[in-house]
Design a protein around this ligand. Structure first.
Ligand code: ADP
Length: 448
């Protein structure tokens, strides 16, 4: 009430002063009472007009955007303007803080690797992050307010929303059909829904690959096992001649070796997948590795091929010796196995201008049709299954090679033409290649 007394006082003072002025001015007119009343009323009127003007200025300011300061008047209107302005500024500050927090919150949801979509009680899109927009093929702004089932028409999703039982997630193909989405809905507020989406394409693909892998391994082991069981039954139930017995034992040995190679390749793959990348400062000399590979290849060929092996004198590769040996052995053994008698197999080394290097295995064998080349490194992928098995193949060799070369930061390149031969190149990055002495690129050993 501390604003009321000054206002009453100002009104009374104006009246008194106005009355006094009226009295003094009215004295000569000899009507003092009337002059006092007119003077008092005039003074109160002037005070009221001034007061109205101040009030009007304040209302005008309130009608505007309030971005200027409120009118700074003295007294009642000044205080009212100051207090109204202060409460507006406080509210603006609070609003700005809330908006900042909302912005941070939305940026956090935006950064989520999952899609987040908010639906209102009628099932219309309220807000979505860009991941959800990508998953559902919708536009975050343009499609706001649209019923979601008008835009996402996958029958599984529509049925899921309609049923309203959201205990488990639902999976369905992405609208652009390039993968699978897993969607989970949570109800909140008054009938509103939070739709969380996740791209599970890779997970599904990995699951399918794992299932295929287990099925393939089981199949690869079951075949020789069945053969072995058959032979064991034969030997148990029948009396065989010495020649027959030797033949059966030889076949049993072949099947056992087949299982052994399979288990050994599987273990190699598991080790490659489970161990850290090979060190970049452990240098493996290439020449002794080539010598060993050559000896193995010569034993496998049994003199049926011309083997040409370059001498990478002084060349060293940073990495794991056993892995590199396994990769090169696999390539050279494949070249021998898929090259008919009388053919030529060459193992070479070439240092490239950018410091990188190339281990190449070239053969004049059966070659591979173009459509098979991208799939060669898949586990158990074989172009010619019977030839692979007859020559002791497991279908895992090139998967091992690819793993090894990738772990060394390199690449596997395959060029081949059916009937003419193949060239498999392991490209080793410059950081993993070093030359410790002068090389003699022409030196090569040729054995028949
Ligand atoms: P496998 O044990 O069957 O040889 P790999 O993974 O080593 O398995 O090779 C996959 C397939 O690639 C082989 O089955 C074969 O059909 C083909 N292949 C690999 N190397 C050669 C080659 N040098 N010449 C022709 N075909 C090859």
């Amino acid at each position: 009430m501390n604003w009321l007394l000054p206002r009453i006082f100002a009104g009374v003072l104006a009246m008194v002063l106005g009355g006094l002025a009226g009295y003094l001015l009215g004295e000569p007119a000899r009507s003092p009472v009337l002059s006092v009343m007119v003077g008092g009323a005039a003074a109160v009127g002037i005070v009221a007009v001034l007061d109205t003007l101040r009030g009007y200025r304040l209302i005008n300011w309130l009608r505007g955007a309030q971005d200027q300061q409120a009118p700074r008047d003295a007294g009642f209107w000044g205080e009212l303007g100051y207090r109204v302005e202060r409460s507006i500024r406080l509210r603006e500050q609070r609003l700005a803080q809330e908006q900042l927090r909302l912005g941070q919150f939305l940026s956090a949801i935006e950064a989520s690797p999952n899609g987040v979509l908010l639906l209102d009680a009628a099932g219309a899109i309220d807000w979505c992050n860009s991941m959800a927009a990508d998953h559902f093929g919708i536009h975050p702004q343009r499609d706001r307010g649209q019923p979601v089932t008008n835009l996402v028409r996958a029958p599984a999703f529509v049925a899921y929303l309609q049923q309203g039982r959201f205990d488990d997630a639902v999976c369905f193909p992405k609208p652009n059909l390039d993968g699978t989405l897993s969607v989970l809905v949570r109800a909140y507020g008054e009938g509103m829904k939070l739709v969380l989406s996740q791209d599970v394409t890779d997970r599904e693909r990995n699951d399918a690959m794992r299932r295929d892998f287990v099925a393939n391994v089981s199949h690869e082991i079951r075949t020789p096992l069945t053969v072995l069981v058959g032979f064991i039954e034969t030997m148990t139930n029948l009396s065989l001649t010495e020649t027959e017995r030797k033949r059966v034992l030889h076949l049993m040995q072949q099947q056992t070796e087949r299982m052994q190679s399979l288990v050994s390749d599987l273990l190699t793959l598991a080790q490659l997948e489970g161990s850290p990348r090979p060190a970049v400062d452990r240098w493996v000399p290439l020449e002794p590795l080539y010598v060993q590979v050559e000896a193995d290849a010569r034993a496998l060929s049994g003199g049926r091929h011309t083997l040409v092996v370059g001498r990478p004198t002084g060349v060293q590769i940073a990495g794991a010796q056993t892995e590199l040996a396994s990769a090169v052995t696999n390539l050279v053994n494949n070249a021998v196995r898929y090259t008919p008698e009388g053919g030529r197999v060459e193992l070479s080394w070439r240092a490239l201008a950018d410091g990188s290097g190339e281990i190449a295995v070239t053969d004049t064998g059966v070659g591979i049709a173009r459509e098979h080349i991208p799939r060669l490194t898949e586990r158990f992928y074989r172009v010619d299954g019977s030839r692979s098995r007859d020559t002791g193949g497991t279908g895992l060799g090139l998967s091992i090679v690819k793993h090894v070369v990738q772990r060394h930061g390199g690449e596997l390149d395959v060029q081949s033409e059916p009937g003419k031969g193949s060239r498999f190149r392991l490209l080793v990055p410059a950081a993993r290649v070093r030359q410790t002495s002068v090389a003699n690129p022409t030196a090569a050993s040729e054995t028949v």
